[in-house]
Design a protein around this ligand. Structure first.
Ligand SMILES: *[C@@H]1O[C@H](CO)[C@@H](O)[C@H](O)[C@H]1NC(C)=O
Ligand SMILES: *[C@@H]1O[C@H](CO)[C@@H](O)[C@H](O)[C@H]1NC(C)=O
Ligand SMILES: *[C@@H]1O[C@H](CO)[C@@H](O)[C@H](O)[C@H]1NC(C)=O
Length: 402
């Protein structure tokens, strides 16, 4: 009997290890960070904790949704301290040619309530199809519920704000707030339309979960519970894809109907075709990171890839993805209230490849936490040859000449 038990136990451990290995590998437990790419970079400390950034390609102006590291931690951990903040989250622009930061004000008259904004998350900037001088800004806003007690128990209430502006202007005109608790669960990445009326966003969680509930969060990583939602001013919001693994960044090609969605936990980009009515149809998947040649650890190693966060597309149609070569350090840093810890970062570019590989995934930039730390968004200005990198927990914006 003991022999059978021992064998059973060994088999059980082996099965668990086999199941867990790709995840542990993907979290970067065994990976070494290899500094790669341009070191011709500057840091902009005025732009701290910008979870997402977006480029106006025609002017080269960068838009950013920023905060402070302390606020981000308070929000992530649902800490009541969030009500004691001295400043609120803000949107800003960065002009790399003059190195100037401009904070954007919201024109009075709209329904935007800054005092309830707990955390700004995914951001998209889209030139208006009707008036090329105008830009639409789409931003995910994690709002405080009515009481702080509700926040401590259930976290924030997600809404999506739409603004109108002109490149260079310091004022945003608030157009619309999308609010739909049945589909806005853990809103994360966003991709807006050029008419200011519709958008796609990802829910990176299937239900509200506090960071304090580590076990539940970890188990969720193995479940296909995340989704993509389409919202239209006239039609409301509806799920267009669900049962997905850990979706996060989302970007739509400006010239056609292709929608790219990052699956963080599976290290993939899921490619979809957008239909007239807003629904989406999956077409193909792009694996992130090298798929190594078969080896002894073959089937397990072959799934190695980097967890990806936000996606952006440059003027040449190349997709840029923020990735975590050692995602495991991110979890540790989220518990670090000294803000001294550093999270290695990778910027991946995904371009059309030559047959037989339909796509080429390149590590354009990698850093051990010196120039960047925990990059959640990478934006490439193909025309002016600049790479912008920001992060929810990064205490500056990084700008590199590439
Ligand atoms: C938290 O959410 C649950 C489920 O939606 C609800 O029943 C509960 O009343 C909420 N708690 C607070 C304090 O609002
Ligand atoms: C859509 O546009 C992107 C970006 O330019 C391009 O890579 C992709 O091949 C296009 N897709 C189709 C189906 O034409
Ligand atoms: C990162 O690498 C640099 C040199 O390449 C080294 O000086 C520094 O200590 C490293 N930092 C961390 C956090 O590992």
């Amino acid at each position: 009997m003991p022999g059978v038990l021992t064998t059973g136990f060994v088999v059980l451990v082996a099965v668990c290890a086999a199941l867990l290995y790709p995840t542990v590998e993907r979290l970067g437990a065994f990976r070494t960070v290899q500094p790669t790419g341009s070191r011709d970079c500057i840091t902009v400390p005025e732009l701290q904790s910008c979870e997402d950034i977006a480029l106006d390609h025609s002017t080269g102006l960068l838009y950013a949704a920023c905060s402070t590291v302390q606020d981000r931690i308070n929000w992530l951990h649902w800490l009541p301290e969030i009500q004691d903040r001295k400043q609120y989250e803000y949107l800003a622009t960065y002009d790399a040619s003059s190195r100037t930061v401009k904070r954007l004000d919201i024109a009075p008259g709209g329904k935007f309530d800054a005092t309830r904004s707990a955390s700004l998350h995914g951001l998209d900037v889209v030139p208006s199809a009707a008036n090329p001088k105008e830009l639409f800004l789409y931003v995910i806003n994690h709002r405080l519920p009515a009481t702080i007690d509700e926040f401590v128990k259930n976290g924030t209430v997600d809404v999506i704000e739409v603004f109108k502006t002109r490149a260079g202007s310091a004022t945003l005109e608030h157009l619309h707030t999308f609010s739909d608790p049945s589909t806005m669960i853990g809103a994360n990445g966003i991709s807006g339309s050029p008419d200011g009326k519709s958008l796609y966003f990802t829910n990176s969680e299937g239900k509200k979960m506090s960071w304090r509930d580590t076990l539940q969060r970890t188990l969720e990583m193995f479940r296909a519970s995340t989704s993509v939602v389409y919202c239209h001013v006239d039609k409301g919001c509806s799920f267009v894809a669900s049962g997905l693994h850990g979706v996060n960044g989302i970007v739509r090609a400006p010239s056609n109907n292709t929608l790219y969605v990052a699956s963080s936990t599976h290290a993939l980009i899921l490619v979809h075709e957008v239909s007239e009515d807003g629904t989406i149809v999956p077409t193909e998947t792009i694996p992130m990171g090298a798929v190594l040649l078969p080896s002894l650890r073959l089937s397990l190693i072959a799934v190695e890839g980097l967890p990806v966060d936000n996606l952006a597309m440059d003027k040449d149609g190349v997709i840029w993805a923020a990735a975590f070569p050692k995602a495991i350090t991110l979890a540790t840093c989220m518990q670090d209230y000294t803000f001294q810890c550093r999270v290695p970062a990778t910027a991946l570019s995904v371009s059309k490849g030559k047959a037989p590989a339909p796509y080429t995934v390149e590590r354009v930039f990698e850093d051990n936490g010196t120039i960047t730390s925990g990059v959640t968004a990478v934006v490439h200005d193909a025309e002016r040859k600049r790479l912008f990198m920001s992060g929810a927990m990064q205490q500056w914006l990084t700008v590199c000449n590439v």
